[in-house]
Write a protein that binds this ligand. Structure first.
Ligand SMILES: [Cu+2]
Length: 161
């Protein structure tokens, strides 16, 4: 049993190493990810919102369904809804549609990526290597720049266009 577990671990470690070699590109044939950012989290905070622009130049709609990032237990896709007078966030269980030929902007107060169960706070200036999962395009990696606590928009980012 111990041997089986060990070889499973080695296989996993290999798959992990390979995932770095075959790092998915920022843009595939149809989707482009731009201006991805998040906010520094105060000590003790366990959640953080992630924001970006997703452009679909294809002729079919796609859906952002989830993702993963090291040090984050869970990634969900959220929207904001009014509950009486209070705006609350809610998970989109089927993900967020990115219609053909359109750009969808995830931003504070609207749709967002929810990073949950943070193992440690996000620190200003840090870059998070995030894998986002799309129904058709599959996994795509992009860097989320950590902006100051409470930032409402991304500052000018180097290397973006
Ligand atoms: Cu949320």
């Amino acid at each position: 049993m111990a041997i089986i577990q060990r070889s499973a671990f080695v296989a996993l470690a290999c798959a992990f190493a390979l995932s770095f070699i075959a790092l998915p590109a920022l843009a595939n044939d149809t989707l482009t990810l731009k201006e991805a950012w998040t906010r520094a989290t105060p000590p003790g905070a366990t959640n953080g919102g992630g924001f970006l622009m997703i452009t679909n130049t294809g002729d079919e709609a796609d859906r952002l369904t989830g993702g993963s990032v090291s040090g984050v237990g869970k990634v969900e896709i959220h929207t904001m809804v009014m509950d009486g007078d209070v705006m609350k966030m809610r998970e989109l269980p089927d993900g967020l549609e990115v219609p053909a030929g359109e750009t969808v902007t995830l931003k504070p107060g609207g749709d967002h990526v929810m990073f949950m169960q943070l193992e440690k706070p996000f620190e200003e200036g840090q870059m998070l290597d995030v894998t986002l999962t799309f129904e058709k395009a599959g996994d795509m990696s992009t860097m989320f720049m950590v902006q100051p606590v409470g930032a409402t928009e991304p500052k000018h980012m180097h290397g973006s266009n």
